[in-house]
Design a protein around this ligand. Structure first.
Ligand code: ATP
Ligand code: MG
Length: 686
């Protein structure tokens, strides 16, 4: 397709935005109106129509996934060498490239390391523990504060002199030590990826000239989520030339907690008086029903810019709201529906996306999807089976059903710590695999052999046999009685929980990890009762548990293989990670008060941002949207009753199709609630 044909496929305002190249340009428009399409087409236009070298163009966005998608879209438009040297990346990758190219000017040595937030936290913990014992919350608070300072371009000295109270003074002092240590380690943290380039370009005219020669045109997607330093990076790079296009939607600003400034949309007009503002109004993504829901919801927020959004995609199906007994039923429902709907709708797995507020919500869902053997891809967060605690537990299970599984043996022989050292294990392996004698037995079997005693010191031998006796004992109990009981007993007896506590940075993390392990055992138990037809009646319980464990192991392996190919899979992501993406069928889970809107947001009064998040979630859907919630959910280890999200009340009643609601809220209660709200408002107004 020629660039002319591509342009013809766009509406007139989009075309105008693509063609306008002489000055700064802002496209401000609602979801699904083709903002990203303007960016991708404009890149092709600059190269193919204006003869600009792709090397001189940088397009940036926020998530890796969005950058990858954009790259694909552009890649299909540019032929052969046309795209060589083009930068399509996240802000942070662009920053990393600048740092790589400017190591000397920045005073770093080659081979610097990038600290992820966990590394940074560990360093902070060391620094803070020097003075007094501090807890995880304090460390998090200081880390957050430092990150804010960096995003606002505040240096340690300034932080110290502007500190408003003792806490800030303390944080500023830690900040100073933290920066000094990072530098000594030749390391940068995540926020430095933007901060260092900005400071360099601001203070070093030669470096600035170098980068201005390199980048002639910039395009920024999801501009509403830029923070001060990201904005400055764009401004510095573009300078007077001001050849850039930014696109955004203030209703989709969902990163205020990371310092994003939707006001940057306004600032842009002030900093660049020549700014051309183009608004788009037609949505090409969603059905009328879905779009109406999104518009009605977001109308509850105050607006800087008025935007209208309409669609010609037809009314489409009603939005389903499915109320479930509890969170497990919710996950079960979503998984089993996707299984049947794929066939009914003649859809592919990848046409379905399940979105949620927090990664923890994916846990149960993953198990259910695996139960139905539905391929899925989890973005962000750690997939259930790749968690360390689950890998440990799986290794125990594997060893229990197959003591000859050497990999499982090696993974857990020292977990929890049994003081069985590497040299003991090496001798054990040599003995088990003795070429000379032709001996070729498993590590576990070798531990039982008398011959080994001659090779190992008595202490080491004793530790090894204590371990093998322990496992043998569990195996015996599994044979004789309730296998699941024996497994639970094993986890208690070796005090795996204490081990998790020793190794976690915070008790809550250890708690969650242990809960994951129990969840795995529960699932194992369930999968034993649920598949009675799989096993002949003559088989014993041990056979059942073996079969169930093997199924778990297989799922684990299948999942690891699936990890490699990105093809046809159900997408699981947080609403934050879903920005800019679209799917034919979307499930939005957990529409409950305290989850969406999130409890913290309710407490600190940032419900508007949560509403934008819900808006982002809803506007990902092209054809159908299903909202789910649970009547009860485990929160902090306790089963709690949930209240449906206020956002459900804000959607157009007539477009919703409720399922499983015991009874609609009784009108008296609703009225009472209304009166409460009025009373609250009155008291606020004094
Ligand atoms: P978001 O705010 O969610 O990031 P967006 O404004 O970036 O959305 P796009 O993703 O660019 O919107 O476009 C949404 C969908 O509409 C895409 O499938 C895109 O291919 C399609 N689209 C965009 N412009 C047009 C057009 N003029 N005609 C037909 N389809 C279009
Ligand atoms: Mg977009």
């Amino acid at each position: 397709m020629s660039i002319q044909q591509r342009l013809n496929g766009l509406n007139s305002r989009q075309q105008e935005a693509v063609r306008y190249i002489d000055g700064p340009c802002l496209v401000l428009a609602g979801a699904g109106s083709g903002k990203t399409s303007v960016i991708t087409t404009k890149i092709a236009y600059l190269v193919q129509e204006c003869g600009m070298s792709a090397r001189r163009i940088a397009a940036v966005t926020f998530t890796n996934k969005a950058a990858r998608e954009m790259k694909e879209r552009v890649g299909s438009m540019l032929k052969g060498k046309e795209g060589h040297g083009l930068t399509v990346s996240t802000f942070h990758t662009l920053g990393l490239n600048i740092i790589r190219g400017e190591l000397k000017a920045l005073g770093y040595r080659p081979g610097f390391s990038l600290f992820d937030p966990e590394d940074a936290k560990a360093l902070l913990r060391d620094l803070m523990n020097k003075d007094a014992q501090v807890d995880a919350d304090q460390i998090n608070a200081v880390q957050h504060q430092i990150s804010q300072w960096k995003n606002d371009l505040v240096l340690p000295g300034q932080a110290l002199s502007h500190a408003a109270d003792d806490d800030e003074q303390y944080a500023a002092r830690v900040f100073e030590a933290y920066v000094r240590h990072l530098k000594a380690y030749n390391a940068v943290d995540f926020d430095d990826l933007i901060l260092l380039p900005v400071v360099l370009l601001r203070d070093d005219p030669e470096a600035l000239a170098r980068w201005r020669r390199k980048i002639h045109y910039m395009l920024v997607d999801e501009y509403q989520d830029t923070n001060i330093s990201q904005y400055l990076l764009v401004r510095l790079l573009m300078g007077e030339r001001s050849t850039f296009t930014v696109v955004g939607d203030d209703d989709q600003s969902i990163y205020a907690w990371r310092g994003a400034r939707p006001e940057n949309l306004v600032t842009l007009g002030e900093d660049f008086p020549r700014l051309k503002v183009i608004k788009l109004e037609q949505n090409y993504r969603s059905t009328g029903t879905i779009l109406r829901a999104a518009n009605t919801l977001i109308a509850n927020n105050p607006h800087v810019y008025d935007k209208t959004l309409w669609s010609e995609m037809g009314e489409g199906a009603a939005i389903r709201v499915v109320v479930n007994r509890h969170e497990e039923a919710e996950a079960e429902r979503v998984a089993s529906e996707i299984l049947t709907r794929r066939i009914k709708e003649r859809a592919e797995w990848r046409d379905f996306a399940v979105l949620y507020r927090g990664n923890f919500q994916a846990r149960l869902l993953e198990l259910k999807l695996q139960h139905y053997q539905i391929p899925y891809k989890l973005s962000g967060g750690t997939s259930f089976f790749s968690r360390n605690e689950i890998k440990d537990a799986m290794a125990y299970l594997r060893l229990l059903i197959n003591p000859a599984d050497d990999n499982a043996f090696l993974r857990i022989v020292n977990v929890p710590r049994r003081e069985i050292g590497p040299s003991t294990l090496e001798k054990l392996a040599n003995y088990a695999n003795d070429q000379a004698s032709g001996r070729n037995i498993s590590l576990f079997a070798a531990c039982h052999e008398l011959g080994l005693e001659q090779l190992l010191p008595a202490r080491a031998m004793e530790r090894l046999s204590r371990f093998t006796h322990f496992i043998d004992g569990v195996r015996r109990r599994m044979d004789q009685g309730d296998a699941i009981d024996a497994i639970r007993g094993m986890l208690h007896e070796m005090d795996y929980e204490a081990w998790l506590y020793q190794n976690a940075s915070a008790p809550t993390i250890a708690e969650r990890r242990m809960a994951n392990v129990w969840l795995l055992v529960d699932q194992l138990e369930k999968s034993m009762d649920r598949d009675p037809e799989d096993t002949a009646s003559t088989e014993t319980e041990t056979d059942d548990v073996e079969a169930a464990i093997s199924r778990l192991v297989l799922r684990d392996i299948l999942e690891q293989q699936a990890e490699e190919d990105d093809s046809d899979r159900v997408q699981l992501l947080t609403m934050h990670a879903s920005k800019g993406l679209e799917f034919p069928h979307v499930y939005l889970m957990g529409l409950e008060e305290e989850l969406l809107p999130h409890r913290n947001a309710i407490e600190v009064g940032t419900v508007e941002e949560e509403r934008r998040l819900a808006y982002v979630g809803i506007t990902r859907a092209r054809r159908t949207l299903t909202l789910t919630l649970a009547r009860q959910r485990k929160t902090y280890g306790e089963l709690m009753d949930c209240t449906p999200s206020r956002f459900l009340d804000e959607l157009p009643e007539g477009d919703l199709e409720w399922e499983g609601r015991a009874d609609r809220e009784d009108p008296e209660k609703k009225q009472a609630r209304g009166q409460d709200a009025i009373a609250g408002l009155r008291s606020l107004l004094g």
